[in-house]
Design a protein around this ligand. Structure first.
Ligand code: AMP
Ligand code: MG
Length: 506
């Protein structure tokens, strides 16, 4: 730094200097149960994420300290932490389950960074809590690797998500369908409050507590809403709007969550609780990523509707805040707020899909053009990510790049007919093709976390090779760039490769 110049870089801190507190603990024990993590035996560091460390001003050199692993294997208490398991309930596969809560994750506390942001430190796989029911409170390395990779992939794609700071492994045996190894993930999020955090209070007739929780969330995350004419209605409107945007983003990148129960829905509109998620390879709108989801409730193309159903559960839970005296008036407000969901989703989806096609201004007929392409992709089971990425060279009427995307289709005549319409449409904008291509490459990723890549990372990590996770995260953090040395990771799964079954078991 030049002499006399002030530093604008935040101070990088040691773990012990993070200034951890736990504002959730301040809400009172009606909202959680205190519990200390149960340490994993002989833990070791599997992965550390420098980019996430920046969120809490943590010096990345800290990861090399022996104590680092102990802190995040639950073996050493972090100074200032007040570990607790959060209480919530939720609708699981359409049925209300009155008592869920953090069964295997522990909120250690929050860190406020130099930019004034607060980040929850949530240790997943940290042992039994009051809400574990029959579970062992553990997470296996397999599911921990999947969550670590996917939260960072979503971040790289620009989609709101919880983040992953680090992953700790162990040789402790954990029993699932087979014997696996236990692991822990340190998850970061501005808040872990879920739709179900409100539902548990509503169905428990704890209306005063509803207000306490809403005020807590709003003060920390939506301070501007306090100025609204009706702050709780404004809160509902905000959750509706964020969820609509999130669903549009999931659809645009071909992401299926797999377990959209209301206990897995963030009131901040974050993607959270990564389990049997999946990114589309071949475009199949009915894609079901979760093998436990026999009826396809959470199929790819049902997600936007399910999110609205989930929002209705959330709205129901906060009715007593909307109008404590008049239930009919409260319900009318909730309905009006929910009515904004579909238009918000449609607008966000249309804008996002237009940008995937490189259409810079909205025009009549754009929806038909977009659905025309999706229908052809579905008919020919064309790889979703590759098709959109390879469309960029074809866009702009130069002709030269059409071949590679055209080759993805079996019905070439149908594709050619569509491409002629597409050419005619792009020609109406008079945009420099290079500009259009650059814009498309900024929204159509080359890389997503394909299931077979996650599986390779898991198998290598289980064999003690942790480098693959690190290399993959590096690419997933920059999925819109070309990475010539990693071009294999942009490919669809190998033909005839093993079927990878993912279910709720994790
Ligand atoms: P999920 O479907 O992963 O969001 O989990 C649903 C509920 O089951 C949550 O309350 C979890 O905390 C709980 N749960 C999942 N796995 C375990 C486990 N191994 N031990 C204890 N609780 C668990
Ligand atoms: Mg969950």
């Amino acid at each position: 730094m030049a002499e006399g110049a002030a530093s604008i870089l935040p101070d990088m801190k040691r773990l012990e200097d993070l200034d951890i507190h736990n504002t959730y603990a301040d809400l009172g024990p009606r909202f959680y149960t205190r519990v200390e993590p149960t340490p994993l035996a002989n833990p070791f560091l599997v992965a550390f994420n420098r980019r996430a460390a920046e969120l809490i001003d943590l010096d990345p050199a800290e990861a090399a300290r022996a104590e680092f692993v102990d802190y995040f294997a639950g073996a050493r208490p972090l100074p200032g932490a007040e570990p607790l398991a959060m209480l919530y309930s939720g609708h699981q596969f359409g049925h209300y389950v009155p008592r869920l809560g953090d069964g295997r994750a522990i909120l250690l506390g929050q860190v406020r960074n130099g930019r004034g942001e607060s980040w929850d430190l949530h240790l997943k796989g940290a042992g039994v809590t009051a809400y574990s029911r029959d579970g062992d409170g553990r997470a296996v390395l397999r599911s921990t690797v999947r969550e670590y990779l996917c939260s960072e992939a979503m971040y790289g794609l620009g989609i709101p998500t919880t983040r992953a700071l680090c992953m700790v492994g162990s040789h402790e045996e954990v029993y699932r369908e087979r014997v696996e190894k236990g692991a822990m993930l340190l998850r970061l999020a501005p808040s872990h409050v879920r739709f179900g955090s409100f539902e548990v209070l509503y169905y428990g007739n704890r209306f005063d507590d509803l207000r306490v929780l809403a005020d807590h969330v709003m003060a920390d995350h939506f301070p501007a809403l306090g100025e609204a004419a009706h702050p709780y209605l404004a809160f509902l409107d905000e959750v509706v709007a964020r969820t609509a945007r999130l669903m549009a983003q999931w659809q645009q990148v071909g992401f299926a969550h797999g377990v959209m129960n209301t206990d897995n829905m963030s009131v901040l509109g974050l993607t959270m609780d990564y389990g049997p998620f999946g990114f589309l390879d071949d475009y199949d709108p009915d894609f079901i990523c979760n093998h436990s989801d026999r009826g396809g409730r959470y199929a790819f193309n049902r997600q936007p509707q399910v999110a609205l159903w989930n929002l209705s559960c959330f709205a129901q839970a906060i009715l007593p805040l909307l109008d404590p005296q008049d239930g009919e008036a409260a319900a009318a407000m909730a309905r009006q707020s929910l009515a904004a969901y579909e238009p918000a989703l449609a607008t966000a989806y249309a804008a996002g899909m237009r940008s995937k096609l490189g259409l810079l201004e909205p025009r009549q007929g754009d929806n038909e053009l977009m659905h025309g392409l999706l229908n052809l992709m579905a008919a020919d089971r064309v790889d979703y990510t590759r098709c959109f990425r390879d469309l960029a060279p074809a866009a702009g009427g130069e002709g030269g790049g059409v071949a590679s995307v055209r080759d993805l289709f079996q019905d070439r005549a149908a594709f050619d007919a569509w491409a002629a319409d597409y050419d005619a449409r792009t020609a109406t904008e008079g945009v420099d093709p290079a500009v259009r291509r650059a814009a498309m490459n900024g929204v159509n990723p080359r890389f997503v976390l394909r299931n077979h890549l996650a599986q390779e990372a898991i198998e290598r990590a289980e064999a003690g090779d942790h480098g693959f996770v690190e290399d993959l995260v590096e690419v997933l953090h920059n999925p819109f760039q070309e990475h010539p040395a990693r071009s294999a990771w942009a490919q669809p799964p190998p033909q005839g490769g093993p079927e990878i079954v993912v279910s709720c078991s994790s």
